[in-house]
Write a protein that binds this ligand. Sequence first.
Ligand code: TPP
Ligand code: MG
Length: 814
Amino acid sequence: MANDLQILRELEKKVLWLASWTIHNANHLRANDDGVKVGGHQASSASLATIMTALYFAVLRPQDRVAVKPHASPIFHAIQYLLGRQTRERLEAFRGYKGAQSYPSRTKDADDVDFSTGSVGLGVAQTLFSSLVQDYVRAHGWGLDRPEGRMIALVGDAELDEGNIFEALLEGWKQGLRNCWWVIDYNRQSLDAVVREGLWERYEQLFKNFGWNVVILKYGSLQQAAFKEPGGEKLRDWIDNCPNQLYSALVFAGGAAWRKRLNDEIGDQGDVSRLIEKRSDAELAALMNNLGGHDLPTLVEAFRKTDGDKPTCFIAYTVKGFGLPMAGHKDNHAGLMTPAQMESFRQAMNVRPGHEWDAFEGLTLPADTLKGFLARVPFAASGERRLKAPPIEVPAELKVAAQAVTSTQTGFGALLNEIGRGDSDFAKRIVTTSPDVTVSTNLGPWVNRRGLFARQAMADTFKSEHIPSTFNWEFSPQGQHIELGIAEMNLFIVLSALGLSHSINGERLLPIGTLYDPFIARGLDALNYACYQDARFMVVATPSGITLAGEGGAHQSIAEPLIGLAQDGLASFEPAYVDELAAIMAWSFAYMQKSGGEDISLVARPDAKPDSTFAGRAPERDWLRDETGGSVYLRLSTRPIEQIKRQMTDELRQQVVDGAYWMRKPGPNCQVVVAYTGAIAPEAIEAIGLMAEDRRDVGLLAVTSADRLNAGWTAAQRARERGLVHARSHIERLLADVPPHCGIVTVIDGHPATLAWLGAVAGHRTRALGVEHFGQTGSLAELYRHYGIDANAIVAAAQSIAPGRPIRHLKALP
Ligand SMILES: Cc1ncc(C[n+]2csc(CCOP(=O)(O)OP(=O)(O)O)c2C)c(N)n1
Ligand SMILES: [Mg+2]
């Protein structure tokens, strides 16, 4: 009977073979006529072959979740293939259309990727925050019937240069992180080069400082045995003092080179020489390559004896390109084996031509033994590892008593405060978080009601000392606000973790993160990452724009509306009025929970009939992916503006959500339409008034979501191009009756391109006003005038694109 170690050794070989073959197939065998470099990172993958074999086949349990280093994707897919969770077709199409993905992807891969990776550093931090979210969920009494999982990142050593990892590390320490493992693939190579000497010592110290266990896996079992031989101590010292560059170079050069070097440097004609000489070149190379990260017994033992209560960092010494001809070479990052090298690798692996994809080809143990083992692998025991949670019922309307003059930011605080009064499941599932701008983004009233989250209760000393304070800052396991330090990267990664809780923990959360609008840019890659893996959350960005007046250029956002327009997976809104905000938020909480499938065709359902389906409004919702759902970005303002007294009808609510409505419908002879977004509403209204005597039937279009409006328009065009002739988007219907000669002036406190496309919808001449240059301090009136978005600038733009008699209220522009 083969023991488990023998089986794991066989599987390790097979994993390495399959991953290498997958990459080779994509590069050399599959037609790739487009001349684009395919790549595939054979060396980078091989580095993790042993560690991942140990983890997936011997250590992981179904509840554990892993972020796999981007370039180890082929190893991951090979392992899933052996476990029957990945198809040969997808492996054959690796890096191709609908094939296994170059970097593990939750949304594009079919083999149950836990966390997407690709932009290095982000997946690592995601595991940390996922562990905190697991604690959050359990502290609230949910999901206790399931075992706690460990959140594990397989980290490249050069990946640790990414600062977001250290931001996360600090936050993890503050929040009492547990159940988190980071396994560092210490191959001492990055993309370009060999890493600095002694980096492991810095890491060790650093992780210990943040309360982590550090386990250094430097020597494999062959090395450990050799160190016990006479002369072994000398060998160990030599290894310890060998510079990274040299070690890598010798790994590449192989057994004879090791022999020469070791004899030259520590040969003593005695014990050490005997230790070297009694090994063949191949054995010597195997010994020197037998670093901790390539030694199954060492790895399995180290992983098995680590429990979850402290976070643990494993520094596993590895060889980049382990087992492959380019092993150790500093230029191997994107290196590929040549067909000739692959051929000798095939022979060495005993794989017959034509049997390259056979799971057990060339192995020495009987297939039944291996099959039996694979069928018992705990990781794959419970089938589908991705969990589901039913949607939380959301009120159709959110009520708030808005003051006569107020801002959207104040409205947001008031709406959440109202929700916070209730004891519904909806209120309980909301979790808020903010990077040290909780109070200044108006989450204060909500936090006062619902408390801050910590696994251990902490009293608010100001309160217990009876010192008056507006805010009750009490921490408890029941709290519903996660207070973060000032790191916007962390905000978006925790939102990513919270927003996947339904899938990871089987418990749905409704996460809301707040920050200042300009600082979205600070965490932008993490926001993109969160959207890419289809996490569901609401980002509330406030204050925004030059409307922030006195705060000046460093705090005033310009480009963010364009991010809102372009970011996939994120529906963006910028309402002007609190009743609009209430409608948008109610819709958003439901939208965040929809899951109509990731790959829904943009055009329409497959059963859509060209003539009837597009007659009603519903299909446009399909193009907008309303049934697919997504995350939401609300760009809010601190500017108090006079609210409109009106009834929020169902029709108006729908239009607000669809992206625009006529605040003042243009008459049949309309010469000018003003289309505005957000806090600039009073200027747009004022401009309409100033023009009224000199331009006929002026229209005022309130744009609540340039993003959704634009997406609908694009999708309708695409639908028509595919034969659905009646497809009409919301903006096309709104502009249908605007006469062709009419001009459109758009205005937003943000980049003008956000709305400039409106002119292309029905061919109206358009002038787009907005902010193109850094802001500065000043009063609101001064800044609006300076940047040309005040009422007078709107009127001047109208006069220039919709000529007629001079508009008498127009003043000369500064
Ligand atoms: C944010 C980001 N920047 C750059 C890259 C390009 N890149 C991919 S891997 C890599 C180096 C990785 O080195 P390491 O983490 O040590 O992994 P190894 O290849 O040694 O296994 C770089 C720079 C990336 N994927 N993401
Ligand atoms: Mg490396």
